[in-house]
Write a new protein. Structure first.
Length: 274
């Protein structure tokens, strides 16, 4: 089985509002997104399909065909539109990122030929995307930034072994990174709000539980979470997951960018609660 992807870009505007709710409640639940006049995004849609290799052509499917099919759907239905007012489905369904990616899955999957839709990932902005696979539930990722210092040094190894293994990262004074933390939650979009998590609440939890403790800190010296632990990014991803899991019922996994080249993920051992 081979997998290939094609990206389709489009621009659209939307508003998160429930007409039956008061203005105060809409603002409380949806924040700035509740503006009745709408707001917009430059969306990036990643379409990944899978299939068997055609040994005559050397391809699974022509990516131009994917572009034409998906691009045609996007251009006709979404691009340049105020979704709440100009799209029949989103007149009655709040066009959250989670809802849009689910709608696109249902629109695209039945029309593919010679391949199967494997995954859709819809980026609303560089810090938020929703993802839909072959299972029912949708995944939402929110990205955060913090700056920290650490020293990679294991008490289980000799000083010489630590230096050999970690090199300059074993510097006794430490070194630093601009970390980007991705928090993934998973579930079915709420039938009323279209969301699988309240982003305002999620932001507050991550800020209080993680960012305020780690941002502009030396992880070895200024935190209790890494007492007795070597704060590698692998360990950090697990520690952060364990910190957030009691507060986020549908937490799926943690992603941590240490640099633009180094990325780490940790999936908890417990099933997601939805």
């Amino acid at each position: 089985m081979l997998y290939l992807s094609r990206r389709i870009d489009f621009s659209a505007m939307h508003s998160y509002r429930i007409p039956e709710w008061s203005e105060e409640k809409n603002k409380q639940v949806f924040g700035l997104c509740s503006n009745i006049n709408g707001h917009g995004h430059d969306y990036k849609l990643e379409v990944m399909v899978k299939g068997n290799l055609n040994h005559n052509s050397g391809i699974v499917v022509n990516t131009v065909d994917i572009k034409q099919l998906v691009g045609g759907i996007v251009e006709k239905e979404l691009d340049g539109k105020f979704l709440n007012k100009e799209h029949q489905y989103f007149i009655s369904h709040i066009p959250t990122t989670e809802t849009i990616v689910g709608y696109l899955w249902d629109a695209i999957a039945p029309q593919l030929k010679d391949c199967t839709l494997h995954r859709l990932r819809l980026h609303e902005n560089p810090y938020l995307f929703a993802e839909k696979g072959e299972e029912k539930m949708v995944t939402l990722s929110r990205k955060y930034h913090f700056s920290s210092a650490h020293r990679l040094h294991s008490d289980q190894l000799s000083d010489e072994e630590n230096l050999t293994l970690f090199g300059k990262c074993n510097n006794p004074n430490g070194h630093g990174h601009n970390y980007y933390l991705e928090v993934f939650v998973k579930g079915d979009p709420d039938k009323v709000t279209g969301m699988i998590v309240d982003l305002g609440e999620l932001d507050e939890i991550v800020d209080n539980i993680v960012l305020k403790k780690f941002d502009h800190k030396h992880l070895n010296l200024d935190t209790t979470e890494f007492n007795g632990l070597n704060p590698t990014s692998e360990v950090m991803a697990k520690v952060i997951y364990d910190m957030l899991a009691p507060h986020i019922s549908n937490l799926y996994k943690i992603g941590l960018w240490e640099t633009e080249k180094n990325y780490f993920e940790y999936l908890g051992t417990e099933e997601v609660s939805v």
